[in-house]
Design a protein around this ligand. Structure first.
Ligand SMILES: [Zn+2]
Length: 405
């Protein structure tokens, strides 16, 4: 899918900053002084941090290239949405990528915002991705260091198939490189995240050794990628559980889920991860990303929101900003959202069958588990089609539902 040549950017829709009026505050108060203590608190709490990678993994979707101005606008909307961390790009990939990350770090990454309760909240952490080598890590640091809360996210593959065929490295060489490069990143930046790439297909016992070394070298977030979207919810949940239990120091750091949707299981896998102690989820708006995409932000966040008795977990996301973020990402990337996509598809709050419409008119909860307004849409829609009854249209207006021909 390629992007249309002239994408209409509706300035009115996206640049109104009315809700962004923030009283002047000292930005220094938002720096994290003790990263280890911060990570320990998050790991033991019931709030899941949302790490949005729309601008990095999402932008790797075929045909989804974004211009720097579009990236900045999306970053502003992600901040408004309340994401805790945004991965703004892969600075070593090109000078343009580095510049985009740098500009996001120096603007969005330095600006306090409104939190969920209307309070003045810290700017998001701005992360830059780096392979486990000094050159990439230097570029990532160059790009993110202007943010109040910068993070270097470095990764190295740990599955036998990747180590043998892609890296051509032995297990011992991988262990040594992880230790050296996490330590190097940590010498520049107090907040370092490490990912064993293809973690979902790695030997769990070897992963424990890799993660132990990463923790010793100073990583405070350990992200477990199911890079190829191969695992099932039971397997992925069990892997997170095993790694947290068996890695020395594992309970004092933040475990993170990063899943791909090749089997349509990304959201289920991510939720299995948080049920097993992960406290960061790596997600994208509309689930865009390599191949079949990443875990979708809106699906996981709304699952936590709609089913608190099941998950007992919260997020800092301002759900009313979901629709706007989704619409913006779809337009700027040129990636159309399938109509039946959960939460953000055009039909997600539309009802056509007569029996459903009749129920909706009597009581909205008969066929809706959440209000359209929760994600920032005005109303649900009753679609007048061949499956509708006669009186649905006239009655709809009286009930605050909008009939659509
Ligand atoms: Zn990925």
């Amino acid at each position: 899918m390629s992007k249309p040549a002239s994408v209409e950017h509706d300035e009115q829709t996206y640049t109104d900053g009315g809700s962004d009026e923030i009283p002047a505050v000292d930005i220094e108060q938002f720096r994290i002084q003790d990263q280890a203590a911060y990570a320990r608190n998050v790991a033991g709490d019931n709030v899941v941090l949302v790490f949005d990678t729309t601008l990095r993994d999402g932008e790797q979707s075929p045909g989804a290239t974004l211009h720097i101005q579009e990236k900045l606008e999306i970053a502003q909307q992600l901040a408004r949405l309340g994401v805790d961390i945004m991965e703004a790009g892969f600075p070593a990939a090109s000078p343009g990528d580095l510049e985009a990350v740098r500009r996001i770090a120096n603007t969005v990454g330095c600006k306090p915002r409104r939190g969920k309760q209307g309070e003045v909240a810290a700017p998001p952490v701005i992360a830059g991705l780096a392979r486990a080598n000094k050159h990439d890590i230097d570029k990532a640091w160059e790009a993110v260091q202007g943010a109040v809360r910068p993070r270097i996210h470095t990764f190295l593959a740990t599955s036998d198939i990747h180590m043998e065929h892609k890296l051509r490295m032995s297990r011992d060489e991988v262990l040594e490189t992880v230790g050296d490069m996490v330590q190097y990143a940590r010498s520049l930046c107090s907040d370092v995240e490490f990912s064993p790439e293809d973690g979902g297909r790695s030997d769990p016992e070897f992963l424990v050794k890799v993660l132990e070394i990463a923790i010793q070298a100073g990583a405070t977030t350990l992200n477990i990628p199911d890079t190829v979207g191969f695992t099932t919810p039971e397997e992925y949940g069990a892997l997170i559980h095993y790694l947290r239990e068996n890695t020395p120091g594992g309970k004092d750091v933040i475990f993170s889920c990063h899943c791909h949707n090749d089997l349509g299981l990304a959201t289920a896998n991510t939720l299995a991860g948080v049920q097993n102690g992960a406290r960061q989820i790596e997600v994208t708006i509309n689930g865009i990303g390599e191949r079949a995409g990443n875990t979708s932000l809106e699906e996981t966040v709304m699952a936590l929101h709609v089913r608190p008795q099941t998950y007992h977990l919260d997020s800092n996301i301002i759900t009313q900003e979901i629709h706007r973020a989704s619409d913006m990402v779809s337009r700027y990337t040129g990636m159309v959202i399938q109509p039946n996509k959960a939460i953000v598809g055009a039909n997600a709050f539309a009802h056509e069958a007569g029996i459903h419409q009749d129920g909706m008119l009597k009581h909205k909860r008969t066929y809706e588990i959440m209000d359209a307004s929760t994600i920032g849409l005005n109303t649900s829609k009753l679609v007048l089609g061949k499956h509708s009854g006669k009186h649905a249209g006239q009655k709809a207006g009286e009930h605050g539902l909008s009939p659509e021909p």
